[in-house]
Design a protein around this ligand. Structure first.
Ligand code: NZQ
Ligand code: ZN
Length: 384
């Protein structure tokens, strides 16, 4: 294995009823003013909002609401939240939602206390956080990104048409409350897209170097089989608590750094999808589902042994190529999009859009092989 240092500052409270049981006590550790951040209103429809407010009221908090954080959060929304936090002298941010709400709040926790421009100094390029961001707590309502237990925040700068993720340990939430029953109301499309995002995180880690026997790859194989099993079960019965709790924890395990220890990160498919998202605002997991098989068909010859191991251990088929086709079949089985025209997009996805995506996405040097921009364009065009 490669050398590593491991730390994870987020304390996890997992299970049915955890918000009622712990939120009031946890929030009493911070000052009076709490910014309650959420998305487009699902928490008001499914009762999560009432449960959260009840706990915050019990703790005597002054609640400042910051609703309307949309999918693929924008830098403009980060600045709006930071302004609200400053004006109201917010002591603590509570993010209730999925990756978009959690990521936006991580960036707000920095922008609310930092005098410079956080995009320029921390997203346009990696920076060093030598200050304390506002403390953040998260309540997860959908499984997928794993943002609850890392410092990652993926932000879209709409003006520049760039979507970039950074992982700053200082942005780890202080605590994460994870009640799997909160995910029962996630619409099927979002559930399978989040499920595929989990699988993608594990695959992108697994196919990164090194390939010699290592604990991380062994754990990844178990997790990949688990995601496939649990997603199938949750599709059959959306209120299957076992399936939902497994998916929720698999999502966290994929992104809480544990399976990445000793590995060099690749995430080339994510780099392509993020830029596709910057141009089209497409759903993250759905974009990944479209690109993954085409990308893997391109690089299979460069990592034949690893793809064969993946085929055998994850899908129970014999050859590298059969493993990729089994992955493509699983994507179809879940009802996920399989081509660009299936994606819900802000603009029509044309060859010109894909050329822009190929010319602006990050190219990662540590994958089985570094791709050229023309090859990235070819991969994206094969998804048309
Ligand atoms: O906005 P509301 O009304 O709450 O509805 C949301 C939203 O429409 C809905 N939803 C969430 N919980 C629900 C629910 N609907 C009913 N019942 C519930 N319990 O789900 C929709 C999608 O939410 P969103 O937060 O956008 O999804 P996701 O968790 O997939 O997050 C996507 C964002 O995270 C980034 C993605 O790029 C994208 O911007 N990522 C973040 C990562 C990280 N921080 O580590 C890693 C990932 O690779 C990813 O890039
Ligand atoms: Zn992802």
């Amino acid at each position: 294995m490669n050398n590593f240092i491991f730390e994870n500052a987020t304390k996890v409270y997992f299970g049915k009823g955890c918000v009622k049981e712990y939120l009031s006590c946890l929030s009493s550790r911070y000052g009076e003013n709490v910014m309650l951040a959420y998305g487009g209103g699902s928490i008001q429809k499914n009762g999560v909002y009432d449960e959260v407010m009840e706990s915050l009221n019990r703790a005597g908090k002054n609640v400042i609401e910051f609703p309307g954080i949309g999918s693929n959060p924008t830098y403009a929304k980060v600045l709006e939240g930071a302004k609200l936090a400053r004006e109201n002298k917010v002591d603590f941010i509570l993010a209730v939602g999925g990756g978009s709400v959690m990521d936006c709040c991580k960036a707000i926790s920095m922008a609310a206390v930092y005098d410079g421009d956080v995009w320029t100094n921390f997203w346009a390029r990696p920076g060093v956080i030598d200050f304390e961001p506002l403390p953040l707590g998260v309540i997860v309502t959908v499984a997928g990104t794993g943002s609850e237990m890392n410092g990652g925040a993926v932000i879209t700068n709409e003006e520049l048409k760039v979507k970039t993720g950074r992982d700053y340990p200082k942005c780890n939430a202080k605590f994460a409350l994870m009640d799997p029953s909160y995910t029962f109301t996630v619409p099927r499309f979002q559930m399978v897209s989040g499920g595929f995002d989990i699988l993608s995180h594990i695959m992108e880690t697994y196919f990164s170097e090194p390939d010699e026997a290592n604990v991380s790859d062994d754990m990844s194989e178990t997790l990949m089989r688990g995601v496939i099993r649990d997603l199938r079960a949750a599709i059959r019965n959306p209120e299957d608590y076992t399936a939902r709790s497994n998916l929720m924890w698999e999502s966290t395990m994929a992104e809480n750094r544990i399976i990445k220890l000793g590995k060099r990160m690749d995430f080339q498919c994510h780099q392509m999808e993020h830029q596709l998202g910057a141009y089209t605002n497409c759903n993250h997991g759905a974009g990944l589902a479209v690109i993954h098989p085409a990308y893997y068909r391109h690089i299979v010859k460069d990592a034949k042994e690893k793809f064969t191991r993946f085929a055998k251990t994850v899908f129970g088929v014999d050859t590298a190529e059969a493993g990729i086709e089994a992955l493509a079949a699983f994507i179809r089985e879940c009802g996920l999009p399989t081509k660009m025209s299936d994606l819900r997009s802000r603009v029509k996805i044309t060859p010109e859009v894909l050329r822009n995506v190929a010319d602006t996405c990050n190219v990662v040097k540590s994958g089985p092989r570094e791709l050229s921009r023309d090859e990235i364009y070819d991969i994206l065009m094969e998804c048309m």
